[in-house]
Design a protein around this ligand. Structure first.
Ligand code: SUG
Length: 449
């Protein structure tokens, strides 16, 4: 039996809005607005704790160190990465190169779904769990995350002798990769028979599609990952994202489609020219598992694409709870939606219909407040990476990274005490604040040790 563990990443104290998300409408709309790092970190922590309270093994990674001063130095911005750093140097860097400056302080690592692509051991020819950290080369601020998160993944999974963590794909434009945000795994209820769907925005052979924004995932990257992970070609699918979706602000597949076990929910404009492949998927799913794939396609008239992007309905997290209550009924599946879905009439109606219908296993819904993450273009599902593991493997994972009430409480106290309540980009020019950041980092480390 396989269980999906979830990894979330604690938001860092420099959380701010730099407007750097390529093709990401929310990020662009909120560029340079005042951010609220304390609220951002608490919202993310509460969401992860909710998932843990539903019995899903939930892990958390610490924020990697920021700012990346060496990088600002490398860019010739006159920023000293030693004790000679001054507030004047930082202010000058902000003025000359605001994007690079914002990138050096970025907390975009909080969107853990972009950390890596993960293949369950049972899907791979060599029966090993395969992980490729994403190279994230489409934007200024995210490319450094792959090396940082590879270290965290090794720390979490290092004791597993049946796990291969690959290097990220080469940092070249044709191999742009954004990880699990563009990958879906479907399976039978035991999780043992898996089907892998990779979604790409850019295929150099089909360069004719006009997208308003640079597509962040290429077909060549998807194919390379499927090959190195040794996935069975008969159960691996490569679907193209609809260019109309990308132009409307769907910068990742998880903004327009979602999946969990045998359930696939997607918008009419999620994929381009994919009907044949989806039918093949349905057929092979039924043949191999003996049960139907539960595919639900939402039409653009039921949910206009702009409202899908504003509400982030498809970025809701779907989980199978493992709560052991003696009398209460444990729902088959739970949907964790951003609060925005309640405020928009079309998504409110859709969710009511989903929960009431007996055609789908979703029986309960939780609305979570993630205002700060949503303002950067990230909902509940962006904040987590799923790793399917056997029970014995989960028992070997380091306990100190697993969220329980005590860890939640200790982190919440530290966030309340240390994180700024609000932040402007100019606040990041204070050398006193930069020095405080390393103290915060030490303090968080101590909680985990
Ligand atoms: O890469 N936003 C992230 C949001 C990532 C969401 N992840 C998933 N859909 N899985 C991005 O665009 C905003 C940064 C800024 O505003 O400067 C940002 O990076």
């Amino acid at each position: 039996m396989f269980t999906e563990i979830n990894i979330d990443a604690l938001v860092g104290p420099t959380h701010h809005f730099g407007g750097l998300g390529v093709g990401n409408v929310a990020s662009q709309q909120h560029a340079y607005r005042t951010s609220r790092p304390r609220e951002a970190a608490l919202e993310g922590l509460r969401k992860a704790a909710l998932v843990a309270s539903l019995g899903v093994p939930q892990y958390i990674f610490l924020p990697p160190p920021r700012p990346r001063l060496k990088w600002l130095h490398e860019l010739g911005l006159g920023v000293d990465s030693t004790e000679h750093l001054s507030s004047e140097q930082l202010s000058a860097a902000l003025q000359i190169a605001p994007q690079a400056f914002s990138a050096a302080f970025s907390c975009a690592f909080m969107w853990a779904a972009n950390m890596a692509t993960v293949s369950a051991a049972c899907d791979c020819r060599d029966r090993r769990l395969h992980i490729t950290p994403a190279n994230l080369i489409s934007s200024w601020h995210r490319a450094s995350e792959s090396a940082e998160r590879a270290i965290d993944l090794k720390r979490l999974l290092g004791l597993q002798d049946n796990c291969t963590i690959h290097p990220p794909l080469s940092s070249i434009v044709p191999l742009r990769d954004e990880g699990a945000a563009n990958h879906m795994r479907l399976s039978d209820p035991t999780g043992k028979i898996g089907f892998n769907i990779f979604v790409y925005g850019d295929d150099s052979e089909l360069a004719s599609h006009d997208c308003r924004f640079l597509p962040r995932q290429t077909r060549a990257a998807c194919e390379a990952i499927a090959r190195r992970h040794q996935l069975d070609p008969a159960r691996t699918f490569f679907l193209q994202q609809h260019p109309a979706g990308i132009s409307a602000g769907v910068f990742h597949n998880d903004v327009i489609a979602t999946s969990h076990a045998s359930l696939l929910i997607h918008h009419e404009l999620a994929f381009y020219n994919a009907e044949q492949q989806l039918q093949r998927l349905e057929e092979i799913f039924r043949q191999t598992t003996g049960a139907p794939l539960l595919r639900m396609e939402i039409s653009n008239s039921d949910l206009p694409i702009d409202e899908a992007v504003q509400s982030y309905f498809f970025n809701s997290q779907i989980i199978t709870p493992h709560t052991h209550t003696s009398s209460n009924h444990t729902p088959q599946m739970v949907l964790i939606c951003p609060q925005q879905c309640q405020r928009i009439a079309s998504t409110g109606r859709l969710i009511e219909r989903l929960v009431a219908s007996s055609d789908h296993p979703i029986e309960e819904v939780h609305y979570v407040s993630l205002e700060q993450s949503m303002a950067g273009g990230g909902g509940p599902a962006c904040l987590r990476l799923r790793i399917p593991l056997a029970h014995d493997d989960i028992a070997q994972l380091p306990r100190q990274l697993r969220i329980d009430r005590q860890l939640e409480e200790r982190l919440a106290v530290a966030i309340e005490r240390w994180y700024p309540e609000s932040l402007e980009l100019t606040d990041l020019c204070s050398v006193a604040f930069v020095r405080e950041l390393s103290q915060i980092s030490d303090h968080l480390q101590r909680i985990f040790n």
